[in-house]
Design a protein around this ligand. Structure first.
Ligand SMILES: *Cc1c(COP(=O)(O)O)cnc(C)c1O
Length: 380
């Protein structure tokens, strides 16, 4: 089946043999009746498995062209589960333009348990090789990156990863399975913050992992069940509802993102616009090859350049809401230097390109003319 059909039906057949409800019921239960010890219908305790969550997990696996899906209480809980595959002394090569929460989890939690992280500029995938040694077990990437919209060549990284027998994990939150299929490009694990585009309505916090390999799926399931960071059935239901319109929403996010990126590029007060759809984007060709379209995330800096100029624009916006997060139907705007990347030292921040005037937009699916008018008045 094609993606659009899988978004609606993937993994979700015959979920309610009792009454035939078309929508997956919310199985708001912690436990399940057994006829004799061990005599149950596949579910015994909801940390281990819950039918609403299972339905979502199968749906997400189907969207990522994977065999196994696991849903967690947040995106970071999903990242946490992946890192628990490692042991003290193991090393990870990851990108230097990483989601702030992943960076914090790596450096403030897992580093103290003896795992070493190398933060590498991966715009040229070959730069990874010199950081690989006998202790290296995993490569962790995200693309496009937040908030600079750098693109990493997943196929090139996966060739390096398989040559050295490493696990390649890809945070596919920004692209979504609609735009990009990391498993098809050679990744071993796809991770999502379902909170963002997959949920799509800014009404839940959730994470997911999708894999193809049975042994890897078993290990991750063991970690999920042992550590217990699962999502609840109500949130699984909301995510399933979100998934059904993912393809339609993404199409509009991409259309509006393109219009907004071009508008900003031609605006006299704007210095630079970061969006992988521009031909002059350093990795436009890779973006074009590995993504179906360029997404709804756009960052830009002002010519005036000051922290204050960015705050002024953000306070002026009326349709765009000043808020953390991204990927919902409504347009959001943020100031990475004081919000998502506030904890990164200024020098490191500037090295990543996150200047004081940088603004990150999550372009929603409102009418494009209202979005442009809002940006115009806010910049004016
Ligand atoms: C939000 C986000 C996460 C973390 O997910 P939560 O659901 O907030 O825990 C990880 N990676 C990326 C790229 C994100 O945007």
């Amino acid at each position: 089946m094609k993606f659009n059909t899988r978004a609606i039906h993937g993994g979700q057949h015959d979920i309610d043999p009792a009454f035939g409800s078309v929508m997956t019921p919310i199985y708001q239960t912690s436990t399940y009746k057994q006829t004799t010890p061990g005599g149950h219908k596949g579910y015994e305790y909801s940390r281990s498995a819950n039918p609403t969550r299972s339905s979502l997990e199968q749906s997400l696996a189907s969207l990522e062209n994977g065999k196994y899906g696991l849903a967690f209480g947040s995106g970071l809980a999903a990242v946490d589960a992946v890192l628990k595959l490692l042991e003290p002394g193991d090393e990870v090569v990851t990108t230097n333009n990483l989601y702030g929460g992943s960076y914090r989890l790596f450096t403030s939690i897992f580093q103290k348990f003896g795992i070493k992280f190398h933060f590498v500029d991966m715009e040229n995938a070959q730069d990874i090789v010199e950081h690989i040694n006998d202790h290296t077990k995993m490569i962790w990437i995200e693309t496009p990156t937040n908030p600079m919209m750098n693109i990493i060549d997943i196929k090139a990284v996966s060739q390096i990863s398989s040559k050295h027998k490493l696990i390649l994990a890809v945070d596919n939150t920004f692209a979504t399975p609609y735009l990009q299929s990391p498993l098809d490009l050679g990744a071993d694990i796809v991770m999502h913050s379902v909170t963002k585009y997959i949920g799509g309505h800014s009404d839940l916090v959730m994470g997911a992992l999708i894999v193809n390999d049975k042994a890897l799926a078993d290990k991750l399931y063991f970690i999920q069940n042992s550590s217990g960071a699962i999502c609840g059935p109500q949130d699984a239901f909301l995510a399933l509802r979100g998934v059904k319109t993912l393809h339609v929403r993404m199409q509009r996010h991409c259309e509006n993102g393109k219009v907004v990126a071009h508008f900003l590029k031609s605006h006299p007060k704007v210095e630079k616009v970061y969006w992988p759809g521009f031909q002059e984007h350093p990795n436009h060709i890779i973006a074009k090859a590995q993504m179906k379209d360029f997404g709804g995330m756009v960052s830009f800096s002002t010519k005036e350049g000051s922290w204050e100029s960015a705050i002024q624009i953000l306070e002026n916006l009326k349709v765009f809401t000043l808020a953390e997060s991204l990927g919902g139907v409504e347009s959001l705007a943020g100031h990475p230097a004081s919000m998502t990347h506030a904890s990164v030292p200024k020098e490191d921040r500037l090295n990543m390109g996150i200047v004081d005037s940088l603004i990150r937009l999550s372009v929603g699916i409102e009418d494009e003319s209202d979005l442009l008018a809002d940006l115009k008045q806010a910049l004016g």
